[in-house]
Design a protein around this ligand. Sequence first.
Ligand code: ZN
Length: 155
Amino acid sequence: MSVVEKNKVVGIEYTMLLEEGQVIDSTKGNPFVFLFGAGEVFPKLEEGIEGMSEGEERDIVLEPEDAFGEYDPEAIQVIPQQYFGDEVPVVGMQYFAHFEEGNEIPFSVKELKDGNVTIDFNHPFAGKKIKFHLKVTSIRDASPEELEHGHAHHD
Ligand code: ZN
């Protein structure tokens, strides 16, 4: 019987939770399929899955640095509300900053005060431990094309 290892295409059903138990994502009933060892998922998650067999379940907890990153206080900035133009920013909403190079960086609005807006470029789950309750639903050999492309193909 095959196990999860490099150059296998692996399907997993998972529930992703914050440490306090809040569910933030789930692929139950619709497995996430990826090429193992190709950097499609968090490296520490791959480490935790390696060697599992089909049907096996496991809980894997990732430290913030291995998931969405540490919380960076420097990523909080205060900008004039006029940067938003006519739009009144909404606290808790996510927006995108557009840069000249064409990059789009998401940020969330934390506070509106005296014509200024406090914005936060941290990922919403930065600084959080992330727990995966997961089950391996499929394992197969990757095709030559998949290995060449570095990702799983979905049919
Ligand atoms: Zn491809």
